[in-house]
Design a protein around this ligand. Structure first.
Ligand code: ADP
Ligand code: ZN
Length: 567
């Protein structure tokens, strides 16, 4: 006989020691306790675990049996099971850290109905052996609920695709009457659709929380000397505080960790290439000690529940907004002020773009990835509220937040349409004249009228575009190039020394049909300012309309420099 389930509120209070449900938790729990399917989108730290743990306990007590929790990471399982044990809940995990004997014991207990929550990796759940055990439970009405954690792993559009998740459709097909709850902290519209379709949750009720993390202040800066910028950021605003610095490559992780350590910052490296024990030791220190800065690749972070991470810095641009938001979400889980800081540059765009172009994936996939990269780049180049854009990306409307760099220090904007046209026509003429393409540096030299060796070697000072962009700083032109590459009006040939090539999308910009709006480079280096004044003596015939703009830019230099100082 099934008894009635205890009130979720009393489970929350008695087992977890909390007074109230947070946000949509109560509605989710009620829905799942009653046997409904659910898709839960909640930001990191929002309290997803209770959304299936409380139903699992309630349903177990009502005689429905065991809840199987699919989780992609061993560390995550261990944390959760450990915490449940402390709360006095019968929870176990099945994964490769158990000996055969231990695993057998867990399975036996599960079959006897002694376990409330069983955590397992997706590849384990879908083995014939495990399915046979689930069959046995199912036949006896003792299979209560499936919870699919980190559900975005099922989608190739998500930032953490795990093919094993695809096989989870077997759960629905084989155990049709068992409710399922899928949870994730990250899903834009396309990923969300994919989760619903792949896990056959089209009829599930969707619970979509606000993704806003108001205590996190977002700042995105243009990369100049990234290491120095990072040091300034940490020493100036987060001295002695715990933080995470994300880098693109293992080598860079090592270098930056060393540099920070050299400056007296307690920094540790973390990446998949490190010895397992070292990695574990570093992670433990980060969790236990105060004020450690973890320098890491994206291998670090999932399942790390450290409440007082005060900043997350990205030294290289991630692939997309989902990844960025997930990673920055690790800051300030305790609700106290925290910072998300990113430095990005032309090279990042070029690298990411090339990785997409050169990946063996199909064209449709590449198109989606390019679109996602563009969205992130648009966020980086944005002149309006970062949070409005971030939330907008996840389908949420909001008003300017007052707690991001753009809200706090509105950036100057300049119209890069003319510069974009000049850049594209230079690339066109160079290609026409020399029959080969060149990289960004050379193209900018031509446009700015620099008589370099290479310019002389190819006779590029004879091009009609030589020097017609003398009024633009290199930083400004780089900004224009980033936009052009990101929007597909220009492509980078990774097979040929990163040379720039015109695309079908170039025409609209060349004709002036597409406006190119840019944030003014906030930290033009002294070097480029000097070069700019050196070009003042250039003959008047090179001064085209754009120079008026350049004059007004110079006038705003003081304000710009002041912002650099506070950045
Ligand atoms: P997520 O999985 O969404 O990142 P967790 O489930 O790990 O979040 O919860 C984040 C933190 O919030 C945990 O420390 C958890 O104990 C706490 N928490 C969750 N729900 C509540 C609640 N209703 N009241 C108080 N604390 C809560
Ligand atoms: Zn804002």
């Amino acid at each position: 006989m099934l008894s009635t389930a205890p009130a979720p509120q009393s489970i929350l209070h008695e087992i977890f020691g909390y007074d109230q449900f947070r946000g949509p938790q109560a509605a989710i729990v009620d829905h799942v306790v009653a046997g409904g399917d659910a898709l839960v989108l909640m930001p990191t730290g929002g309290g997803k675990s209770l959304c299936y743990q409380i139903p699992a306990i309630a349903r177990q007590r009502a005689g429905h049996g065991v809840t199987v929790v699919v989780s992609p990471l061993i560390a995550l399982m261990h944390d959760q099971v450990g915490a449940l044990h402390e709360a006095g809940v019968e929870a176990e995990f099945l994964n490769s850290t158990l000996s055969g004997e231990q695993a057998n014991a867990v399975e036996k207990r599960m079959l006897r109905g002694e376990i409330t929550l069983l955590y397992a990796a997706p590849e384990r759940v879908t083995t014939p052996r495990f399915l046979a055990q689930l069959d046995s439970l199912y036949e006896r009405g003792k299979l209560s609920l499936f919870a699919i954690d980190e559900a975005h792993c099922v989608s190739q559009w998500g930032h953490d695709f795990r093919p094993e998740y695809r096989a989870l459709t077997v759960l629905h097909e084989r155990y049709a009457s068992v409710p399922r709850i899928a949870l994730t902290a990250t899903a834009d519209a396309i990923t969300r659709e994919d989760i619903l379709e792949r896990l056959q949750l089209e009829n599930a009720r969707q619970f979509i929380s606000s993704f806003d993390r108001p205590n996190i202040r977002y700042t995105i800066v243009e990369k100049k000397d990234a290491t120095t910028q990072l040091l300034r950021f940490i020493e100036g605003e987060h001295e002695g505080e715990a933080g995470i610095v994300y880098c693109q490559s293992r080598k860079r992780v090592e270098d930056i960790a060393q540099t920070l350590s050299g400056q007296g910052i307690r920094a540790l490296p973390y990446h998949a290439g490190l010895d397992g024990q070292v990695r574990q030791a570093n992670q433990d220190r980060f969790l236990r000690e105060d004020g450690i800065v973890m320098v890491a690749t994206i291998a670090f972070g999932m399942g790390i529940d450290k409440p007082d991470v005060r900043f997350v810095a990205h030294l290289d641009m991630p692939k997309n907004i989902e990844g960025y938001y997930q990673e920055t979400g690790r800051a300030g889980r305790d609700g106290l002020p925290a910072a998300a800081w990113m430095a990005y540059g032309l090279q990042d765009v070029v690298n990411q773009r090339r990785m997409i172009d050169e990946s063996p994936a199909g064209e449709e996939f590449k198109q989606v990835m390019r679109g996602k990269l563009d969205a992130l780049l648009a966020l980086a180049e944005a002149t309006d509220c970062r949070r409005v854009r971030l939330l907008g990306y996840f389908g949420e409307e909001s008003t300017p937040c007052g707690n991001c760099d753009n809200c706090l220090h509105p950036p100057d904007i300049w119209d890069g349409t003319d510069a974009a046209r000049k850049l594209l026509s230079t690339i066109y003429r160079v290609q026409q004249q020399s029959g080969i393409s060149f990289g960004a540096g050379h193209v900018m030299d031509i446009l700015r009228g620099k008589k370099t060796e290479k310019v002389a070697q190819f006779g590029h000072e004879r091009l009609t575009t030589f020097g017609i962009g003398a009024e633009f700083s290199e930083a400004q032109l780089r900004g224009v190039l980033r936009q052009l590459i990101a929007t597909g009006a220009l492509s980078v040939d990774g097979q040929a020394f990163n040379t720039l090539k015109l695309t079908d999308g170039s025409r609209a910009v060349l004709k002036g049909e597409t406006a190119v709006q840019l944030r003014e480079s906030v930290s033009a280096p002294a070097e480029s300012r000097r070069r700019k004044s050196a070009t003042k003596s250039r003959p008047a015939r090179h001064q085209r309309p754009g120079c008026e703009e350049a004059g007004s830019l110079r006038g705003r230099g003081a304000a710009r420099r002041q912002r650099v100082a506070t950045a």
